[in-house]
Each structure stands twice: as C-alpha cells, then as structure tokens.
Design a protein around this ligand. Sequence first.
Ligand SMILES: *Cc1c(COP(=O)(O)O)cnc(C)c1O
Length: 433
Amino acid sequence: MQYYSTNGNVPFASLEKAVVKGLAEDKGLYMPERIKPLSKDFFDNIQDMSLQEIAYHVADCFFGEDVDAESLRRIVYDTLAFDIPLKEVEENIFSLELFHGPTLAFKDVGARFMARLLQYFLRKEGKETVNVLVATSGDTGSAVANGFLGVEGIHVYVLYPKGKVSPIQECQFTTLGKNITAIEVDGVFDDCQALVKNAFMDEELNARMRLTSANSINVARFLPQSFYYFYAYAQLKKRGLADKVVCCVPSGNFGNICSALFGKRMGLPISRFIAANNVNDIFYNYLKTGKYEPKPSIQTIANAMDVGDPSNFARILDLYEKSHDAICKDISGATYSDQQIADTMRRCLAETGYQLDPHGACGYQALKDGLHEDEVGFFLETAHPAKFKQVVDDICGGDVAIPEPLQEFMKGTKQSMPMSKDFADFKMFLMGQ
Ligand SMILES: *Cc1c(COP(=O)(O)O)cnc(C)c1O
C-alpha cells in the first residue's frame, strides 16, 4: 500500500518510509492511498470474535500488502496482550476501558504496535540506529517509552513540558534508562511539538542521524487505534445494542477520533461521533464556524488534551475532502471547563459508582448531553484515574488505589535532561549524541 501526504507535494511513500519518516517532507501527514472495506461476513460474525482476531482483520486491510501474514499476526497479538472491556456505566452509556495496558492509557496500543512494526522493518534491513523523537503532554511519552523499551536498534527521546505533566506520568518515562532519554523542556507542550517538527525538517541533523516520530501523526501508531472501535461495536452487538451506536472520543491531537473515522470508512456501523474537548476548543469552534483557528494551548486538569493546534485535523480534512458539511454530518463537538469536568466526576461517582478520570469525564458528559433516546453510546475511558491521582482524589475526596504497574514506576529514580525551547539548543544536543 502506498501513502500520500495531506499536503500533496511529495511522491507516494511505502509503508516502511511512512513509518520511519513519520512526517512527510512537505510537512504533511501520511494517509493510506486506499481504505479497504471489511466484508459483510466479518461484521456478521464480529460479536463472536476475540479482540485479537478482530484487530488482525483490521490490520490486514492496512498492512497486509506490506507485512507477511504470520509476522502481522504476531505483531497484533503481542501488541494486544491485554483486554479492552466495555463496561456499562448507566443505561445506554458504556465506557470502553482503554487503560488495561502497561502504562494504563490508550496510547499503549499504538505505541506497542509501532515499536513492533518498526523492529520488523529494521530486522529486514539490519541498518543503523533509528532515533524516535516524541513530544508528550503526558501519556504519549510513557506509552512510547515503554512500548520501545529495550527494543534493539532504536533510541527514544521523550520531550515533555517542565512542571506540566503529573508526577505519576513523569516517572513512567524518566526512570527507565536503557534506550530511553527524557528531555525536560522549559516551555509548554506546543514548544515540545515544535522542537520535534523542526528536527525533522533540519537537513544537517537528518544527514547525521536517522530520525523518526512516534507522535500520533505516525501511521503505525495512528491506524492501529482503529482496532478497538470494532471491538467496542462487537461487545455492543453481543448485548443486542448495536442498532444506533454513538461513539464519543475525548480528543486532543485528534489521532484517536481520526482512527475511528477510518473505521467508519471500513464499514464499521457507528452512526455518529462526538469529539469531546476541554477548554481547548479549536475543533469545537471549527464545527460551529467552519474556520480553523489554532490558539496557544490552555492548561487544564485533562492535560493530555491540552492542544491548541491538533495535528490530525489535517487528516480529518483530507478524509472529508475539506467539506465542512460532511464533517459536521459525522461529528459533533462538546467543550468543558475544569469546573464542569470536576462536577461530572463527582456526579458520576455518586450516581453510578463509576470513577472517571478527567479525560474520560469529558467523554461521558458529552454523551449525557448529546445522546438521543433511541441511541446507545460509548465513550473512551482513555486513561486509568490513578494516573491523575492527585487531581482525582482532590475532586472526588477519595483515595484511588494505584495499580501495581504504576507503583513499580514510582520506585525508580528520575533522570532527565533540561532543555530550553530554542531549537538551536536541541539541535546541538542531538548533534552531540
Ligand atoms: C492522548 C490522550 C488523549 C487525546 O488523544 P488524541 O489522540 O490526541 O486526541 C485523551 N486522553 C488521554 C488520557 C490521552 O493520553
């Protein structure tokens, strides 16, 4: 399968090139040239299939031409070594719990898949070290660092905004050592993302070292996220609730919801989508006005969604051939302040006993506000509440138990490299590696 750039100024790339390069030379995002529909037979039987089986069928549509069947099956099964259960929160509202992986957030899926696919290509070539640069507002860093930890031939640099990720998130990528280097940037998330983007565009740097991205822009991270939407549908179908399904995605960079939209193109019968935002409401405003106006990001308690210029917006535009009408037909928006998020968390806990994290809370509330009577909705619980323990305990007055894998991380010693937000400094550091 060939991949084209959303900016359309470069030739098609192979899957391998798209994965290794991350971003196209014209700064566009790679898109698969075709989105293959899944068969009627697949959807007829989906309720009886396991997560891994479903994921393999979906993966085959995207990667089957480029990766042999046995390797692809192994990559998929290794990636999904944990369940993604759909839990009923209240009548007609379900939570797709994406926090049962090693770092307790949905990004485990894409990061683990990408690490394994990249390793598959590197083994085939036996070439020089690949350096993965990743900017994180919290969860990406931990998922990517853990997905790639100890993978031979790959070094990971995690860039994160100083003082703006929770201590629990921070320890998940600063205590690993080995092939993982944490870089603490004196700035906000958008500064980290700009440093990474500039590094990819810098000729001298690229001549010296092989760079790749593991942000949600990378097709190997982004496409596998479509797997679990099919599995959510399967679980609803099993309960006889799959007639009119609404899917609500707490969104920041819009990689997650974009993979859901790919799923719909492959035939997944979800009737509509809701993109739930915190006060970083750039997409919400786009839906209302048809104008896309990036803004500096605002810090919130749902900090993994603090994005002022969502990178995957370019993919959504491309998917809908820039039609605002078509986009509005499939997707609606919602936006919540920290106060509203906190109220939702308290109310949901009191009324249903379900403990939301601040990101999932946006998703849950958007369904509460937007679901029609004849619809069934599921929202993505994108991270375990314990990842934001301080915030969650302050709001809900409880003491969220920290799961075992998180406790392990917290025992480690923090090691990180301080960095300014000036690209020249970052470049000098990398050139010296
Ligand atoms: C990354 C993240 C999001 C946002 O996902 P996007 O793909 O960037 O839209 C939401 N919640 C959590 C917990 C995250 O880590």
